[in-house]
Write a protein that binds this ligand. Structure first.
Ligand code: UDP
Length: 458
């Protein structure tokens, strides 16, 4: 590692698990290149310092977050409110760091923290944005006014299969949106994100050439004077965080996987935010149990909601009982050490909501996917997985037991299904290209060097 005398970078992740993770991996990658790191963070979703390099400094940004805000399903409303609530406290903390004379070279905020970008600019500190989702998602942000003008959004049932000519390869139904937020609210938020990115000192993308070269180039053309760095997959570029796998996770998941045959297990997880209704939960359970295969299913307490958004207690005990009577091949856990699970040789496929981190983790470990996107960028990412990279299959807009079983057979084999070999071969090739990008001398590795050079020039 380069000596830590190259100045300090301040990072400010958005307080959601899927955003904090990649920001701290970026921070670790910069630390590995000799930059000191201060992590500014909201109190809720605070990172565990023990899981990160001892030299990282963690500074809370305290703000009055109304009770219940973080549980709201109106994602655009939550993000807009957080931007308003944290703008002043973030600016105050950054000011203090500057007064401390700590050698702050620049700030990296989540690209969605547009108010923090403004604050840094007002203080004269170079600010870069990290897009924790795909380049295709950022392209969609840029194209949002056009998508609205041309009537692609809101999605009309009669047009949902139509191609979006301005944004290939998307069909109308793949376009990023959040049904629990108003379209105007989402469009307003996205417009602020793009406007701030245009004034930033650079855009960092957690993606890489082998999967999104065209999208990255398109963003470069669009942003013109702003440097764009495609440094993904960040979890492969950064040294792994200190292992914090609990004994419970180890016994519940990894030791159980140790006892399974190679590539025999289906891993099932819908990330940290997405929810399904009770009917889909029951259909998924029946499909998994009926597949007669070992499965490892993450059922977190917030996985099931009714149509009004109210949380329902997932009926795990009933599924476990049914599974037990059929031979007990499955295992249900509230949380899994996902990166380690996907890297385990027993895992043969991943039923996922296609959150960007989950998708990148599956691609880097070469695990084919069964896609059940729920909202936002997940819809477009599933399109790339199934139709562009061809390393997965869709399971339909609503989970039905027969479709779940058929998708499992298609990806893992059995039931006379075609496709297993093809999907697996494509995934093998994509994994190799991913490794090439991330390894020393690869495009992402080089992009990280360019990013550090820019930071040292500030
Ligand atoms: N994750 C995990 N264990 C779980 C569920 C999720 O480690 O049981 C991690 C997963 O590895 C990924 C992140 O949480 O890094 C989820 O991010 P993603 O973008 O896939 O989805 P989100 O939760 O933001 O919808």
């Amino acid at each position: 590692m380069a000596p830590l005398n190259r100045g300090r970078v301040v990072v400010f992740p958005l307080p959601f698990h899927g955003h904090v993770n990649p920001m701290l991996r970026l921070a670790a990658a910069l630390h590995g290149r000799g930059l000191a790191v201060t992590v500014l963070h909201a109190d809720h979703c605070a990172p565990d310092p023990a899981a990160h390099p001892a030299a990282f400094r963690f500074v809370p940004v305290r703000a009055d977050v109304p009770a219940g805000l973080m549980a709201s399903l109106d994602v655009a409303g939550v993000v807009t409110a957080l931007n308003a609530i944290f703008a002043a406290p973030f600016k105050d903390r950054l000011c203090e760091l500057l007064v401390d004379g700590d050698g702050v070279r620049c700030v990296v905020t989540d690209v969605v923290w547009y108010s923090a970008q403004t604050a840094a600019r007002e203080l004269g500190v170079p600010a870069l944005g990290l897009m924790t989702s795909s380049a295709a998602s950022f392209r969609t942000f840029v194209a949002y006014p056009t998508l609205l003008d041309k009537g692609y959004l809101p999605v009309q049932e009669s047009r949902k299969e139509d191609p979006v000519h301005e944004l290939p390869p998307f069909r109308v139904k793949d376009l990023q949106r959040v049904d629990s937020s108003s379209l105007a609210g989402f469009a307003g938020m996205v417009a602020r994100v793009v406007a701030e990115a245009r004034q930033s000192s650079g855009l960092i993308l957690n993606t890489f050439d082998a999967i999104e070269a065209g999208d990255v180039n398109d963003i470069r053309d669009n942003l013109q004077s702003i440097p764009v760095f495609a440094v993904g997959p960040l979890h492969k570029l950064a040294p792994p965080p200190t292992k914090t796998t609990s004994a419970q996770d180890r016994a519940g998941c990894l030791e159980w996987l140790d006892a399974q045959a190679p590539r025999s297990v289906l891993f099932v997880s819908l990330g940290t935010v997405a929810a399904i209704d009770a009917r889909e939960f029951a259909e998924l359970a029946r499909g998994l149990v009926g597949s007669n295969r070992p499965f490892l299913w993450v059922v977190r307490p917030s996985l099931v909601r009714d149509t009004s958004g109210k949380l329902l207690h997932p009926p795990v005990a009933g599924v476990e009982e049914e599974e037990e009577t059929r031979g007990g091949r499955g295992r249900i856990v509230p949380w899994a050490p996902q990166e380690e699970v996907l890297a385990h040789p027993a895992v043969g496929a991943f039923l996922t909501h296609n959150g960007w981190n989950s998708t990148m983790e599956a691609v880097s470990e070469g695990v084919p996917m069964i896609c059940r996107p729920c909202f936002g960028d997940q819809l477009g990412t599933a399109r790339y997985v199934c139709d562009v990279w061809q390393v997965g299959v869709e399971v339909g807009d609503r989970l039905e037991r027969g479709d779940v079983k058929a998708a499992i057979e298609k990806v893992m084999g059995g039931g006379g299904a075609e496709g297993k070999v093809e999907v697996r071969e494509k995934m093998k090739g994509l994994k190799e290209r991913t490794d090439e990008c991330a390894n020393e001398g690869g495009l992402s590795y080089t992009a990280l060097t360019d990013l550090v050079d820019l930071m040292l020039s500030f």
